[in-house]
Each structure stands twice: as C-alpha cells, then as structure tokens.
Design a protein around this ligand. Structure first.
Ligand SMILES: Cc1cc2nc3c(=O)[nH]c(=O)nc-3n(C[C@H](O)[C@H](O)[C@H](O)COP(=O)(O)OP(=O)(O)OC[C@H]3O[C@@H](n4cnc5c(N)ncnc54)[C@H](O)[C@@H]3O)c2cc1C
Length: 471
C-alpha cells in the first residue's frame, strides 16, 4: 500500500467525533455498497466510510487523513463508469450523499446554488418548476449527483446543443487535501480574475479537491420539444444520415444512435414494446425551442433528411408521455448491456463528422479480434459507447482477446483525432492507456498540478495517472 497508512481505531474514533458515530461505517455489511460503482465488475473495499453533513466536517476529515496519511476517495451517487469512486488503495470513502440540499434557485440571476450530493434530476425538476433549465442530463440523472457530474464533467444527450457540465458551472467551494477550504468564481457570467480554478476542478475526477458547494448557471426552459425516431437498415446509413442532418443546418438538442442489439436488450429488460426495434440502427433526435412554426419546420426537414439518407420510416413523438417512452429505452441501454453479459465499455469520442468511420472501425476491430460489440450513444457529439461483450466467449478467450482489442481501438480513435473518454473519465479503468492520448509534456504538467493540490497524494490515489507514473 505504498506510502499510505491503514485506518486505525483512533482514526475511526476521530471520524465518529467529526461526523457522528451513525455516519461512520466500518462493518463489511455496511461498507459493501461502497465497494463498487457501475463500472463492470470492479470491486475495492474501503476500511471506513464517512458521511459528513457540512464543509467544516470535510475540512476536519481531510486534515485528519492528511496527518495520518490515509487515502480518501470522494463518492457521489456511485454511478461512475471508470471506477472513479472506488477506493483502490483502501482508506476512507468520503460519501457526499447527505449533503444533498438545493440551497437556492436565484430567479433574478438565473443561478442555482447546490450541495454536491444533489441528485441531478432533482435540480432539473426544481429549475423546471420555475421555468428555468439546467441542461446537462446524463442518462443516470435519477441516481447520479452534481458533485460526481462536476468531477467527471458529465455530458448526456443534450450536450449537442447545450454543452457539458463545465459550461454551466460558475463557482465552487471545495476542500483541499490538507483541509483548507477554497472558494472559486461566483454567480458571475464573466470572470477573468487569475487562473480559472473552477474549470480546473471540473473533470479532475476527485483527485484535486472535494467539491462541497456548486453554483450553476440556468437558462430559460424551452417551451416545446419534439422527438423523432428513424429506423435504418444499416449502421452506415444511420451515421451518414446524421451527418446529412447537420449539413442541412438542422441543430437538434440531442442526436442518439442505437444499434439493434442495444435496443433489443433494453426492450427485453424493460419488457415493453418499442417501435422499429428490429431495425439495424435507430437515430433518436430531439429538437426543442419556443416557436411552434420553426420547430415544426425543423422536424420535417430532419425527417426528410433521414428518409433521404435511407430511413425506412420516421416517427414523431409529440406528447411528453410518448417522448418519455422512447427516452426511457435509450436510458436503460447501459443497464441492459450489463444484464446481458460481462462487458467492457469504451467511451470513444471523435470529431463528429468522423462518426461513420468510428462505427466502421469499431466493427472492424471486433471482427479482427473475434469479439462482439454493442454500440449506442451520443452520436451528435461523436461520442459512441462501445460495449465489448463477452457473450459466448470462454473466460480464457475473454481475457486473451480483450486487452488487444481495447488497445487497438484506442489507437484508431486517437488517430482519428479522438480520445479515450468523452464523458466517463479515466479513473482506474483507462489510466494505463492515458499515454496513448496524452503526450509526455502534458502528462508532466498534470502530475505537477496534482502535486500542488495534493503533495501527499492522499486524495483518490490510483486514478487518472498510469500505475507506473508515480505522482
Ligand atoms: C446507466 C448509466 C448511464 C450513464 N449515462 C451517462 C451520460 O449520459 N453521460 C455521462 O456523462 N455519464 C453517464 N454515466 C456515468 C455517470 O453517471 C457519471 O459519470 C456521473 O457524473 C457520476 O456521478 P456520481 O454522482 O454517480 O459519481 P460517482 O460515481 O460517485 O463518482 C464519480 C467521480 O466523481 C468523484 N466525486 C464524486 N463526488 C465528488 C465531490 N463532491 N468532489 C470531488 N469529487 C467527487 C469521485 O471520486 C469519482 O472520481 C452513466 C452511468 C450509468 C450507470
């Protein structure tokens, strides 16, 4: 366990003093839910879990763990897909689940101030009740937290039009590994005052500081929404049609791609019918806005572009209930793949226009290595979740074939101008592949930043950086 010390009874007693005895877990039964997240089959057991309620408590916990050289792993909703919240070096899991208050929705400045444990969907609903809109919408929004979203810079279907989490965060309160509390930014739309520490912490995967308060920008809620589903007879036709939609200057708020196996797994799991579920590939498009005439014209042009691109049909869902039926199947795809087979998910992302090449490359790599892939994802962002599934492979075949296929896929993606992860992060899943996408000089800069924030390396060790790159 490198330079770290174990969690002693003395430290447990101190954690209990700080957070309250009922908020410190040490028995294997209580700790079990914190040994895994949603990443495949990874499992790591912390020595203790602490669930503080206030920033000052987190500050004290960090001071205690710094003094004792005990690793601390922040955790939000535990929905991460790169093992970010897993305590790979043991120590303490610091769960933000009790810090779940929406402190303010400021309708004059269009800002919300939230604690990090707020479930993302709760902020969506609270803002929408006031006619405001917080666009970042990871498909896990019913169980992930804002803190986790910031740490991973979460995206989601609406990224295409509205951007990712970092585009909405205007200020933060955070606790450094040594216990110091910092404040960055504010309810400001503009701010060029020194280096942008807010943006540095976003996407830092809980390795630089514990985020304890979040200020996000809100925008007016679009009044109208239309969802379009188009079935295609090949993956190529679907991805090419999407490019045609953009070339026609139509800008959906979401453009999702789903291949047949992904749809059928989700339909089976949910046990509910889905239109055109036997198509080779489907595009699910959403357009939003305030002007009925404009949105109607755009949906017709998008539908026509799909038909011109080879869609066998175009279905439009106008009512919120029908739209939700379509989206619920899309959101269930991750869980459905997991239920179907052991798998490894690659969060491939390329420049959007390269999407047809990306999907073709994924299938070529799969064929060359004798593996199966199930693809779906945020096609409008060039971000495809490529699930390599074990299916009928023996344990031995799976272990032999997987690493080569993953490395080859990463190399191809990087050669296309893409990178390893669009939204799931590096964590402890992709850390050893980081040098494929990040040059030596850039990696050294990142290591330097980590050292400035966390000289003892106690905050979320074993993440982001390659195992042999000691930070
Ligand atoms: C079915 C499903 C669908 C998904 N769809 C999407 C999607 O569409 N888009 C997308 O981007 N992701 C998606 N994800 C991945 C995941 O939901 C996101 O990465 C999400 O942002 C994680 O949030 P969380 O609260 O669960 O974080 P956790 O998994 O608990 O933690 C993730 C990382 O954040 C760190 N962290 C958590 N809270 C804090 C904090 N307060 N301070 C500092 N660090 C912290 C942790 O240490 C860890 O490194 C999906 C996951 C699932 C299971």
């Amino acid at each position: 366990m490198d330079q770290f010390n174990p969690v002693t009874q003395q430290i447990v007693t101190q954690l209990e003093r700080i957070a309250g005895a009922e908020h410190v877990l040490t028995s294997s039964f209580d700790i079990e839910p914190y040994t895994h997240d949603e990443t495949e089959d990874l499992q790591y057991t912390p020595e203790a879990v602490v669930k503080p309620r206030a920033t000052e408590q987190i500050s004290e916990i960090m001071r205690l763990c710094s003094a004792g050289r005990v690793p601390v792993t922040p955790r939000g909703g535990g929905t991460g897909l790169s093992g970010g919240a897993l305590p790979v070096r043991g120590g303490v899991v610091l769960s933000l689940e009790r810090m779940n208050g929406i402190l303010e929705i400021d309708t004059k400045n269009f800002m919300a101030v939230c604690e990090p444990g707020v479930i993302t969907q709760n902020l969506h609903e609270a803002a929408e009740a006031l006619g405001l809109f917080y666009p970042p919408d990871p498909a896990s929004r019913a169980s992930c937290t804002l803190g986790g979203n910031l740490a991973e810079c979460a995206g989601g279907p609406r990224t295409l039009k509205y951007g990712v989490t970092r585009d909405y965060v205007r200020g933060l309160e955070a606790v450094l590994p040594n216990g110091d509390i910092i404040n960055t930014g504010g309810k400001l739309l503009k701010n060029v005052t020194g280096y942008d520490l807010t943006q540095l912490l976003i996407g830092s995967e809980g390795t630089l500081a514990v985020i304890t308060k979040i200020i996000v920008r809100l925008i007016p809620l679009p009044r109208l929404r239309r969802t379009l589903l188009a079935p295609f007879s090949s993956l190529d036709h679907a991805t090419a049609a999407l490019n045609a939609i953009f070339m026609n200057r139509i800008f959906p708020c979401a453009a999702e791609f789903m291949e047949r196996d992904a749809i059928q797994n989700a339909v089976r799991m949910l046990d509910r019918p889905f239109p055109c579920s036997d198509a080779h590939a489907l595009l699910l498009l959403e357009l939003d806005g305030d002007d009925e005439t404009v949105i109607q014209a755009d949906i017709e042009r998008a539908g026509q572009a799909c038909l011109d691109g080879g869609a066998s049909d175009v279905l439009v869902a106008e009512s919120p209930a029908k739209q939700e039926q379509l989206w619920s199947v899309r959101r269930a795809m991750g869980e459905a793949v997991k239920k179907h087979s052991a798998y490894r998910e690659e969060d491939t992302v390329v420049p959007r226009a390269m999407l047809p090449e990306l999907v073709r490359a994924i299938k070529d790599v799969a064929a060359r290595h004798g593996i199966r892939t199930i693809c779906y994802g945020h096609a409008g962002d060039g971000n495809i979740h490529c699930n390599i599934v074990k299916s009928a492979l023996s344990e031995q075949e799976w272990k032999t074939k997987l690493p080569g296929a993953v490395t080859e896929l990463h190399k191809i993606v990087v050669a296309m101008g893409g990178t390893l992860s669009g939204e799931h992060g590096i964590g402890c899943l992709q850390n050893n592949h980081l040098p494929l996408a990040v040059g030596r000089a850039e990696l050294e800069l990142m290591k330097g930043i980590k050292k400035v924030f966390d000289p003892l390396g106690i905050l979320n060790p074993g993440k982001v950086f390659p195992d042999n790159d000691v930070v």
